[in-house]
Design a protein around this ligand. Sequence first.
Ligand code: SAM
Length: 246
Amino acid sequence: MAEPRFFVPDANADQRIVPLPRDEAIHLTRVLRLRPDARVRVFDGRGSEWTARVVTAGRGDVSVELLEAVVPVREPAVAVTLAIGLLKGDQMDAVVRDATMLGASVIVPTRTAHVTVSSRAGRSGEPIDRWRRIAVASAKQCGRAVVPDIAAIRDVGELLAHAVPGDTWMCVEPRAAAGALDTGVLGAPRPAAALVLAGPEGGWAPEELALARARGVHAVHLGPRTLRAESAPLVALSALWTAWGW
Ligand code: SAM
């Protein structure tokens, strides 16, 4: 069985013994019930990973000894920022979980004109903390040594104002699209970074589409059928990696 993996953001090659953060310590002792000497892996969320040995596994005091650096799972060649219109709790959780598995570098929860979730979700820092924990859990599970950054909630207008023309892809309903995402991506050179926008359940407002076009953003579809808002970003990421290489 694969060694269990633990997220230790403070781990670094100069340190031999590292304490585990509280959530990770609880996972190690109470969920997996590991004891001193158990073999585990530790990653720092920025792309480094080590084999490690549990040194102490007491209540509130878990530390591991870093043994050897290992080659982490390769990150995609394109740093993709996924901007997703705010969705209801479990749908948003699923997008964060799956976009982490699918190699997104940054996830930006985005406020748009047709967002239907309560505006309170946009103001409190609470959902961001939850999404960060979900991203960590997903990275642990999928073998990624990088945890995507969950950015603060932003307005779509602000994102579009800073969008890089040509390297920004907005997923839109087929009737509003200039072409398919995969065809558009295959016809252009592979960028170092890209922004992908997917709308909320209520879709994009006409003024948001107009602003995107004015900014030189590719308005692209993902096939002829309307996808659920939580599915579209995952289809988009899969299509991008198929075109760009995983
Ligand atoms: N009634 C809405 C409309 O007409 O725009 C449907 C919105 S859809 C449920 C939510 C989001 O998923 C859209 O804003 C778009 O970003 C994405 N989406 C859904 N189906 C898509 C498709 N076939 N191609 C590209 N994006 C799609």
